[in-house]
Design a protein around this ligand. Structure first.
Ligand SMILES: Nc1ncnc2c1ncn2[C@@H]1O[C@H](COP(=O)(O)OP(=O)(O)OP(=O)(O)O)[C@@H](O)[C@H]1O
Ligand SMILES: [Mg+2]
Length: 276
């Protein structure tokens, strides 16, 4: 029999990091030789924290997100979510995912698309209806829940995808360029919506983007990655404590952080040019 002697034991204590990656590497086999997509990535994302991953195309952002989501396995290193191995976090529905394409089922209504994870989880019809009602309100689609995806704009489809990702009340959202295909105005609107939703739900977010202003506006920390093999080269804390609103987009500290992230990205690019 084991006798607990401290209050701090328990790998899945509420204080466990939403994501803990230590020395994570990923090598893909290939006909032309192996591709080292990620090399020795160390990253901790706190519960409730918003972290963006930014870096040149092919630097391993999606690969890292897919490893966290247990859609692929690391070649080396340790990876845990809320103190659990990634496969356990997956079966516990600890995270929701949203990608660049909304990926909605065209034959299902908005409400039925959002309810899908709840059906897979075995929720009752009444529970599903109540939760879907909350979620369509959260993403501002109350009047559209009986529509089909092809009757919605791209921005509305992404909002459905976000609602679906939130359906099982995950403590973590994993998002891979979710606004990449949208026009600038819709994109800024959904960025504001996402920060509101993340604040209201208390979910941590790992968000992949190519947009420096988007990363800065959304994030508590911006993680800058280098190309091949992908690794983390800089982590820039934005230090924004107040709510993200439209005033922030015009604030001097916002431009300061945009410049800092841009310089971090460009520094790497210049080094690469020197290497050639
Ligand atoms: N399944 C796979 N098999 C082989 N190589 C892969 C596989 N997935 C990714 N790669 C390689 O790993 C590297 C990282 O790819 P990844 O998709 O993670 O980049 P990314 O940073 O998300 O790029 P982008 O910004 O263009 O989306 C690339 O060189 C890519 O070719
Ligand atoms: Mg990608």
């Amino acid at each position: 029999m084991t006798v607990p002697t401290t209050q701090t034991n328990g790998a899945s204590a509420p204080t466990a990091a939403a994501v803990h990656a230590a020395g994570v590497g990923k090598i893909f086999p290939g006909t032309g030789g192996e591709v080292t997509a990620l090399a020795s990535v160390d990253l901790d994302v706190a519960a409730g924290e918003f972290v963006s991953l930014i870096g040149p195309s092919g630097c391993g952002k999606s690969t890292l997100l897919r490893l966290i989501a247990d859609l692929d396995r690391p070649t080396s290193g340790d990876l845990s979510l809320f103190g659990k191995p990634a496969p356990k976090a997956r079966t516990d529905q600890d995270y929701g995912i949203a990608f660049q394409q909304a990926g909605l089922l065209p034959w299902r209504t908005v409400a039925a698309n959002i309810a899908l994870p709840l059906e897979l989880h075995g929720s009752s019809r009444a529970e599903r209806a109540a939760r879907v009602g909350e979620l369509v309100d959260l993403v501002g689609l109350g009047e559209f829940q009986d529509r089909y995806p092809d009757q919605l704009s791209g921005g509305m489809q992404q909002r459905v995808a976000i609602a679906r990702a939130l359906a099982s009340r995950p403590r973590l959202l994993l998002m891979d360029e979710p606004f990449g295909a949208l026009d600038e105005m819709t994109r800024e609107y959904l960025q504001s919506e996402l920060t509101r939703i993340a604040g209201e739900t208390g979910a941590a977010v790992v968000f992949v983007t190519h947009s420096i202003p988007e990363a800065v506006f959304l994030s508590d920390r911006v993680v800058v990655m280098s190309p091949r093999p992908g690794r983390i080269t800089d982590v820039i804390a934005t230090g924004f404590t107040a709510a993200r609103d439209e005033q922030l987009r015009e604030a001097p500290e916002y431009f300061d952080r945009v410049t800092a992230v841009r310089e971090a990205l460009h520094g790497r690019r210049l080094e690469r040019a020197d290497e050639r």
